[in-house]
Design a protein around this ligand. Structure first.
Ligand code: AMP
Length: 278
């Protein structure tokens, strides 16, 4: 595995790989790697020859009052996990490599950035689209892999690729969860022991919502208010809890394939999750 910090050496390495007709994949991450990230790497490794993983905590996707400073980091552990999971190139740029002085371009995917995380984290998706576009231009992978845990982000990247005619295939991968149902996230590390105990209830009550639907209730408002009540009793602060169709259109009467989206705060840690209605 090559660990690379600069765009020039990344391009040089990839040029060599392409000369060998190697199919290249990219898994962009912010590090503090867990089994969710590793599932993307495994998929990428199955489908391509050269796997590039990037680790970059992208400052421009964090708002002024968000957790950029508290975002967990463990470079040594991440390098070990990448080595163990067949990563060929680990790209760890520093901030000035990605955003040199006087950087001033923003990629904005207007409609997909509205609602859900786009409303509660103003500017977040512009930051995501900009950094992912830059990483795409640097690596030019054949396929890039993203998790469905960040469902809105996945749609945003797909739309960006379509609109900008970027010749990269984008693949979405299933959410990986802890045994107790909590969606894996680097941020879980910032939960207190008590918060960590309570956290799986998010998924538990989202599932209860799906059960209400199976039992014949199809009004989104009723299902949402029932779940909200349960979560608030457990000290979750709800950022949003909504049911939308797979293109993010708000639905009032549910049907199969719609998705329940949640963002909550627990111990000041923001957790997101989603669950398909089946
Ligand atoms: P992050 O490091 O949080 O920016 O995530 C990097 C990539 O891993 C994104 O495409 C995420 O959607 C994906 N990811 C994060 N957590 C999970 C998970 N629990 N299951 C599947 N994919 C995930």
């Amino acid at each position: 595995m090559k660990i690379i910090n600069t765009i020039d050496s990344l391009r040089y390495e990839l040029k060599l790989k392409r000369e060998q007709k190697s199919l290249v994949s990219l898994v962009p991450t912010m590090g503090f790697l867990h089994d969710g990230h590793i599932s993307l790497m495994k998929k990428a490794k199955e489908e391509t020859d050269t796997l590039v993983v990037s680790i970059f905590v992208n400052p421009i996707q964090f708002g002024p009052n968000e957790d950029l400073d508290r975002y967990p980091r463990d470079l040594e552990g991440d390098v070990k996990k990448c080595l163990e999971n067949g990563v060929d190139i680990l790209f760890i740029p520093n901030i000035s490599e990605i955003y040199p002085k006087n950087f001033q371009t923003v990629i904005s995917v207007k409609e997909v950035s509205k609602g859900l995380c786009g409303d509660s984290r103003v500017g977040h998706f512009d930051g995501v689209a900009t950094v992912v576009c830059k990483l795409f231009m640097m690596v030019l992978p054949d396929i890039a892999f993203f998790g469905k845990k960040d469902y809105q982000q996945l749609l945003l990247i797909e739309k960006m690729v379509e609109d900008l005619n970027i010749p990269i295939k984008v693949k979405g991968c299933e959410i990986v969860r802890e045994l107790d149902g909590l969606a894996m996230s680097s941020r879980n590390r910032n939960l207190t022991p008590k918060g960590r105990e309570i956290a799986p209830n998010l998924q538990k009550f989202m599932k209860m919502g799906v059960q209400l639907y199976s039992n014949g209730e199809n009004r989104a408002s009723i299902i949402i208010s029932t779940i909200k009540k349960e979560l608030e009793n457990l000290d979750f602060k709800i950022d949003y809890l909504e049911i939308r169709d797979k293109n993010l259109k708000i639905v009032e009467n549910l049907s199969q394939g719609d998705i329940m989206f949640a963002a909550v705060f627990l111990d000041n840690v923001r957790l997101i999750d989603n669950l398909e209605i089946f």
